[in-house]
Design a protein around this ligand. Structure first.
Ligand code: AMP
Ligand code: ZN
Length: 116
C-alpha cells in the first residue's frame, strides 16, 4: 500500500499539507508535531500507508527498523542524547487519532511512568 485517501499523513508525504520536516529519506519522513507535548516532539512516519506499527512490521519490517533509526538520529540532532521517549499509540483507546503509522519522539523534559 502506498497512499490512502483522506489520510492526513499521506497528504503530508505528498506535499499537499505543509509540515516542519526535520529528516527525510526514501522511505521515511520526520516532522514536528503540531501540538507538541514536550520541548522536542517529532513524528517519524513511513512514506507508505499502514494503519499502525504492527501492520507496518508485517508489510515492511525494514521500514519499521528505519523508523527507529530515524528517531535516534532526530534525537541526536535535537541534542537529546539517549534521553527520549518513543511511542506508538495503537488503537483509539490509547489515544491514536491518525491511522497512519507514526512514531512519537519526545524529549527535552522529564517524563513520568506509568503514562497517563
Ligand atoms: P496519535 O494521537 O498518536 O494518533 O498522534 C497523532 C499526532 O499527530 C498528534 O500528536 C497530533 O498533534 C499530530 N498532528 C495532527 N495533525 C498534524 C499536522 N498537520 N502536522 C503535524 N502533526 C500533526
Ligand atoms: Zn496514510
Amino acid at each position: 500500500m502506498t497512499a490512502a485517501e483522506d489520510c492526513l499523513f499521506c497528504k503530508i508525504v505528498a506535499g499537499d499539507i505543509p509540515a516542519d520536516v526535520v529528516h527525510e529519506s526514501e522511505t521515511v519522513l520526520a516532522f514536528r508535531d503540531l501540538n507538541p507535548q514536550a520541548p522536542t516532539h517529532v513524528l517519524v512516519i513511513p512514506r507508505s500507508h499502514h494503519a499502525n506499527a504492527a501492520e507496518l512490521g508485517e508489510a515492511a519490517p525494514a521500514t519499521l527498523v528505519e523508523l527507529v533509526s530515524a528517531a535516534a538520529k532526530v534525537a541526536g540532532d535535537e541534542g537529546l542524547g539517549e534521553q527520549y521517549r518513543l511511542v506508538f499509540n495503537t488503537g483509539a483507546d490509547t489515544g491514536q487519532t491518525v491511522f497512519h503509522t507514526h512514531l512519537h519522539v519526545l524529549g527535552g523534559r522529564s517524563f513520568t511512568w506509568p503514562p497517563g
